[in-house]
Structures are given as C-alpha cells and as structure tokens.
Design a protein around this ligand. Structure first.
Ligand code: PMP
Length: 308
C-alpha cells in the first residue's frame, strides 16, 4: 500500500494502481528521463498547504527535458495547476513532497533520445525529513567523482545520472557517515549526493559556481537571497578546494529534500566547534519561516493549494 491514492498519468489524475509502465519502457532500460522534487508545507494557523516555488521547479524540469529531447505536455503554470489539483484530490493536510517525472516511454531496444514517445507523470506523498540529522551531519568526501557536463549534464535532473549519487551516498553511509560530498573530475567541491553545499568563511558564504557540475538548486538560490536580504551575508560563487572544507567556520547542505542541513564534521574533522554554527541556525530559522509563508515579502514563493 502506498501512502498516496492518485497520480498524474497520461494527462489525467488516475488511481495510483493505474499509473503503470512496461518493463520494456525506454526509461527502465536506459534511464532516459528527468524528474523534479517539490515540497508543500502545511501552515497550521492558516489551515493551508503552501507549495514552494513550483513554477521554478517546473521551469527547471522543462530545461532538463529540453536537454533530453522530451516535450512536456503543458507549460509551467499548467503543470503547477495540475499538481495542485492532484494534492487537493489526495486531501493532504500535512507536509508533502511531489515528484514530477518526464521520460521516454517507447517499448523498444535502441539507445538514443530522438524519435521516442514522451510521457509525463507526477505523484505526491506525505513527507517529513529527507535527512534524519538536519542539525548535525557527519559527511565524507566521496571517492566517486561528479559526472561532468560533457558526460551527463549535472545541470539536468536526469534520472540515469542519479546512479552517480547513489554510488556516493551508499559509499558514505556504508562507511558510517551520514552524507557524501562529491568532487568534480578536476578535484573541486561540487555538491552532496542530492544537495548543494555552502561553506562559511570569514563571514561570507561560499558555494561552488553552476559551472562546477552542480544541479542549479532552487533552495541554493533561495538561501543566497535570504542570506543577503535577511542576514546581510553575501555569497561568493567560486570553485572550492577540498581542504577548504576542513578549515571552514561553518558548512551546510541545501536542497528540497534536506532543506537547510548543518554539516558538523567532514572526514572526521569537526567543522568549527563540531556543532551546528550560529549562521546555519539563523538561516534555518529564516528558511522555515519563508517556506511556511510566514515572511510576507517571500509569500509569492508559496502557492496555496486550497481556496479559502
Ligand atoms: N543537487 C542535486 C544533485 C540534487 O539532486 C538536488 C535535489 N534536487 C539538489 C542539488 C538541490 O536542488 P533543489 O534545491 O532545487 O532541490
């Protein structure tokens, strides 16, 4: 039994049991698809569910799809409206996570991107934490390198490329750490297995540039803006050496899944005092207020599900 009852499939909201693909589907055989991950936050006071930056998420999905020669069936606004309708049908009154998928669905043998049938699907499930220890993660630098833009673009949220993330994550966890930090082929810090990364050095945030094989994270963008506007902290986007992790004052991951998660240790070396630093703590506070719609100037990022 899945926690959800419905899905968007072939243009309609259907029962989850009806949303099935063949074992011969291209996506199953070759990983030729892309996906998104969108959170909805329950606001108890307003009795309202607020979906965070859905248009930005669907814009990125469209860009990933474009790289894979996948045509999305609807525009960003229509995909958002359809997602809101799905969540209403599920009657969720709690935090949720939505997973849109766009993929090649032709039942045939032959690896390519062109002349194949496209499909779009989406489901939404109740969701809490993605990483258990958001207040204090122990991370390690992975022996696996991040895929290069000329191998499979990390800028796209491409299904097949998450095997790279899975290698890194399992290596880290099987070695007793909570999360992996992956380097580019050139040896600079790229990101976590499914998170962007930030360091705090000398009062400034530092994060890898989008040309260092990272996903163009929506939480990353949000945090850069919130740090500046709410805490007066600038972010420098530049390549980061591995050893800078060891000497950082603070470090954290950002992502729709992990939200804003403190890194307190890297490769068994404590970051700062080895506990969540004050800047990460403040950013988490501002972030959670923002996503629950409690800061009026960012309210436009929060799309209400129910009419009131
Ligand atoms: N990097 C990777 C590899 C990811 O999978 C994710 C999660 N989507 C992120 C970064 C964070 O992106 P976002 O903030 O848009 O969720």
């Amino acid at each position: 039994m899945t926690p959800n009852r419905f899905a968007i499939f072939q243009g309609e909201i259907v029962s989850i049991e009806m949303a099935q693909i063949s074992i011969m589907s291209h996506i199953v055989n070759y990983g030729t698809g892309c996906f998104g991950g969108i959170r909805g936050y329950w606001n108890e006071g307003e009795q309202q569910l607020l979906v965070f930056r859905p248009l930005d998420h669907f814009k990125r999905l469209r860009q990933s799809a474009r790289m894979l020669l996948i045509q999305l069936p609807l525009n960003e606004q229509q995909l958002t409206d359809q997602l809101l309708e799905l969540i209403r049908r599920e009657e969720y009154h709690q935090d949720v996570y939505a997973r849109p998928l766009a993929f090649k669905n032709s039942p045939l043998i032959g690896v390519r991107l062109h002349n194949l049938e496209d499909a779009y699907a989406c489901f939404a499930v109740p969701f809490g934490r993605y990483l258990e220890k958001e207040e204090g993660l122990r991370a390690t630098v992975s022996s696996w390198r991040r895929i290069d833009d000329n191998v499979v673009p990390a800028r796209g949220k491409i299904i097949g490329s998450y095997v790279n993330s899975a290698f890194a994550k399992s290596e880290a966890q099987l070695n007793g750490f909570d999360e992996a930090i992956v380097l580019t082929a050139g040896g600079h810090i790229a990101e976590g297995s499914a998170e962007n990364i930030f360091l705090l050095r000398d009062g400034k945030l530092v994060t890898p540039p989008i040309t260092d094989n990272i996903l163009e994270g929506i939480t990353r963008k949000t945090i850069i803006q919130l740090a500046k506007e709410q805490l007066g902290i600038d972010t420098v986007e530049r390549s980061i050496d591995r050893s800078e992790l060891y000497v950082a004052d603070e470090a954290f991951f950002t992502g729709t899944g992990c939200q804003v998660a403190a890194i307190v240790e890297v490769d068994r070396r404590p970051i700062g005092e080895g506990v969540m630093g004050p800047t990460v703590e403040k950013l988490r506070e501002v972030f959670f207020k923002t996503v629950r719609g409690e800061i009026p100037c960012y309210r436009e990022w929060c799309t209400p599900v129910y009419s009131r």
